[in-house]
Design a protein around this ligand. Sequence first.
Ligand SMILES: [Zn+2]
Length: 251
Amino acid sequence: MTAAENAAIEFDEDQIRVDLAAAFRLAAKMNFHESVGNHFSATVSPDGKRFLCNPKWRHFSLMKASELLLLDASDLSTMDRPDAPDASAWCIHGAIHARIPTARAVLHCHPPYATAMCGLIDPTIPPIDQATARFWNRTVYDMEIGGPPDDPVEGARVAEAMVGNTVMMMGNHGVTVVGETVAHAFEELYYLERACRNVVLALSSGRPLRVMDDALTASVLRMWARFTDQSLAHFAEQKTLLDLEDSSYRD
Ligand SMILES: [Zn+2]
């Protein structure tokens, strides 16, 4: 999405709240979360600076649309608010939204298989199937972790590394994905964890990987490029499944 296209899009804050709350619930169901940490955010202004984020230490599985904090990346008093967000959410997500307005949803978490990969000396995802090929040559491997994520310098560094990209494997840490909608970002996260799961399971056999050659991987990647609408369909179906169980995320 270009900056001009981004600026022309209408923002429906109520709908974005519902979608972001659904993403939290789904992440908990899929075991992508960790304790009451990790953060998802989504912008509600064309410049990216006004964004929704989870309240500090609220469990993902309890999240409701109305509870999401509305923050302004240019408001330096944010961390003095009585309902201030977690400092790392403020530093990392605020920096990415301010730097990349087209990154309208930013999802950061520590899903088990992707995080295990991030603990390897070389966390590169080898293309061994369709899910892994999705991330070939379009993933940032950020091995320059420069300090705690609640440091504004680290937030700016991570935001800069994310420019022009949608997927980041963060060495010794976890993953960050961005998307033009919550649904697009969630689909990246979903497939990233599945890709890493497939690699870890294949490696656990102790047998050599059958890595696809570049031409085959590129053809699979082109297939993925035609499937962007699948993100919207998958997310809509997942919300329907949530609604059958518990629709309180919409509150
Ligand atoms: Zn983290």
